[in-house]
Every structure is written in structure tokens, then in C-alpha cells.
Design a protein around this ligand. Structure first.
Ligand SMILES: O=C[C@H](O)COP(=O)(O)O
Length: 334
């Protein structure tokens, strides 16, 4: 990773997030799906070793955290969301780190934004307007988020309505029952229809991994969604009992690697739910780099779904440049 103080240029960080070739999908290869295996104890050993084995300090850590900021899908998905709250969130997405902190990091002349804003359909038009010409895409959660149990035709209509309102990314939730009953054809068909309904909008498939019982199911669901054309696979809605974990991440990253080896297509990864501490996001970044390589640290292939992570990252960056921790209420949004 570049060190925070080392590069000065006006090139934007983030806000150019759709540079990858889209995933055209492929025919459902059931034998590949059914042959998927996950070695649970090896997976657990691998992720347990990560926090102790990899650390970055000082300027290097600030550079990793700034990179993480550019990958955040800054999210609000609450029953009490309002237009005003979404507008404030958009202002934070455009200017996620206070200018005096960026100046002190030697990054005052860089345009740094979050990767996207993520909201319910109701707020898509508001967010599109508030983000103006910033280049930041709006992602809409869809298909009856979070449970995904609305009638199928309404789920498709929900996608179309969000695209019509200007969403450039759609985060769909899969029907967990298809995974739990091993109905891979139904999952494939559903995902394919969602992909078609998205049109030019990029589609992220939320697997709700905390509901899927086994890592093997996570691996299989990942493969099926990629075969059906998902541009990203995403762990969670943030509403399941267990959301993003490193073990699930390793499983999904290996599925992404296998898909790239087979098809040459790069699929993005989005851990989401419960990632609120700067020190935790570093572990996700380390795992991305070790498993998939440097290219997967950029916002066109890596997003972090988070409602409160940005506040802690900004606080850690402030501590890095001032030596003092501020109260969290100095970082009210994100
Ligand atoms: O997709 C994003 C998640 O819903 C955000 O979850 P969080 O509120 O735990 O950060």
C-alpha cells in the first residue's frame, strides 16, 4: 500500500467505481456447485492467525484506512430513516474525512469520497439529487430487503423502480429457502431475473450468510449467484443474527477466485453488517489482498457495507495526526 504522506495528486480516490467488465454469467454448472467443499477447521485456523500475523502502523495504517473509506457503501437502512438524514449522509459521503485531517495527512489536494450511498428504494431519488455530480453511485437495497419474502413479481418491480429513480447499484437479497433446500436451479433463475431487471445497474447478491447454516452452503450460493450474473457477492443485510465474519469472507473470496480462474471474470466482494471498528476493517483488507491480490482493494471490486464504520476510521485518522482521541459525537454521521 502507498504511504499516506507519499503521494500528492488531484486524482480522485473513489467516485470512479464501475471500471470492471460486467459479469455476463454462464450456464448453471450443477456439478461444479455440488462438488464445492469447505474445510472448516482449515478455514478457522487461517482466519484466526490473521489479526496477529498482519499489522500496519502509523502512516501505512492511515493509508489503508483512507483506502477503506473509498470502499465504504455508507449505509442507512432503518425504519426511522428520513429525507433529512439521507441528505446528511450524502454530504458525509462527498466529504467523508474532515479537511484538516486530510491536510495533516498530506492528502488535502485529493478528492476522497465513499464508494457509494446505500439506502432503501424510498430514498434513492433524494440521494441521487443530494449527490449531484459527485460521481458517487446510489445503491438501493431491493427484492423485499431484508427477508426477501415479498412476491417475486413485486421484487422485480422494486428493482425496476429503483433503477428508474437513478440507482446505479442494486443490492438484492436471495431467497434463503432455495439454499436451505438445495434448490440451486431456483436460486439461479431468480438471480438471473434480478440481473436482467437491473439493466445497466450493477447487481450485488446478498447471501444472508448468517441464515445459510454451513460454509459449504455459502460456497455453493456464491457460485450459483456468480453463474447467474452477480457483479458482487455480499455477505449480509446487517439484520441477521450473525453478519459478516472472516470465515465467511475467506469462503466467498475462494469462490470468487475459482470463478475468475474458470471464466476470467472478476467479481466484487462486499462484507456487510457489524463492521464498525477501524481495526476490524484492516483484517478484511489484508484477507482481500492475500487471497485475491491488490486489484481487489479498489472500490470497483471491494465494498464494505457499514453504517457506523466511517466514524471510527475518521476518529483513528484524527488520532494519528493529533495524538488525541476525540469523542465519537464529533463524528456524528457514518
Ligand atoms: O449493508 C449494510 C449493512 O446493513 C450495514 O450494517 P451495519 O449497520 O451493522 O453497519
Amino acid at each position: 500500500m502507498p504511504r499516506a504522506r507519499s503521494s500528492r495528486s488531484s486524482a480522485p480516490l473513489s467516485a470512479g467505481v464501475h471500471n470492471q467488465v460486467r459479469n455476463p454469467g454462464m450456464a448453471l454448472d450443477l456439478s461444479w456447485v455440488l462438488d464445492s467443499r469447505v474445510n472448516l477447521s482449515a478455514t478457522e485456523r487461517r482466519v484466526a492467525s490473521l489479526p496477529g500475523r498482519r499489522t500496519v502502523k502509523k502512516d501505512a495504517q492511515a493509508a489503508w484506512l483512507l483506502k477503506a473509506v473509498t470502499c465504504i457503501d455508507l449505509t442507512t437502512l432503518n425504519g426511522d430513516d428520513t429525507t433529512e438524514r439521507v441528505k446528511r449522509l450524502c454530504a458525509k459521503a462527498i466529504s467523508p474525512v474532515r479537511p484538516e485531517i486530510l491536510d495533516a495527512l498530506g492528502m488535502g489536494d485529493r478528492i476522497i469520497t465513499t464508494g457509494a450511498i446505500c439506502v432503501y428504494h424510498r430514498f434513492v431519488a433524494t440521494a441521487v439529487e443530494a449527490l449531484g455530480n459527485s460521481g458517487i453511485p446510489v445503491a438501493a437495497v431491493s427484492t423485499g430487503f431484508p427477508a426477501g419474502l415479498s412476491p417475486h413479481h413485486l421484487k422485480v418491480k422494486e428493482i425496476e423502480a429503483s433503477v428508474a429513480d437513478g440507482a446505479r447499484e442494486i443490492d438484492i437479497v436471495i431467497t434463503r429457502e432455495h439454499v436451505l433446500t438445495g434448490n440451486w436451479t431456483a436460486l439461479y433463475e431468480e438471480m438471473k431475473e434480478y440481473r436482467t431487471a437491473c439493466g445497466d445497474a450493477h447487481v450485488k447478491a446478498i447471501l444472508a450468510t448468517g441464515d445459510l447454516k454451513t460454509l459449504r452452503n455459502v460456497a455453493k450460493a456464491s457460485l450459483v449467484c456468480m453463474m447467474a450474473g452477480a457483479d458482487f457477492i455480499k455477505t449480509s443485510t446487517g439484520k441477521e443474527g450473525v453478519n459478516a465474519t472472516l470465515a465467511v469472507t475467506l469462503t466467498m473470496l475462494r469462490a470468487i477466485r475459482a470463478y475468475e480462474e474458470r471464466t476470467g471474470i472478476r467479481i466484487g466482494y462486499k462484507p456487510a453488517g457489524g463492521i464498525s471498528a477501524a481495526k476490524d476493517v484492516l483484517n478484511y483488507q489484508f484477507l482481500m489482498k492475500e487471497e485475491l491480490g491488490r486489484e481487489w482493494l479498489e472500490p470497483d471490486l471491494f465494498r464494505i457495507g457499514a453504517s457506523s464504520l466511517l466514524a471510527d476510521i475518521e476518529r483513528q485518522l484524527e488520532h494519528h495526526v493529533t495524538g488525541a482521541y476525540s469523542a465519537l459525537n464529533r463524528h456524528p454521521i457514518g
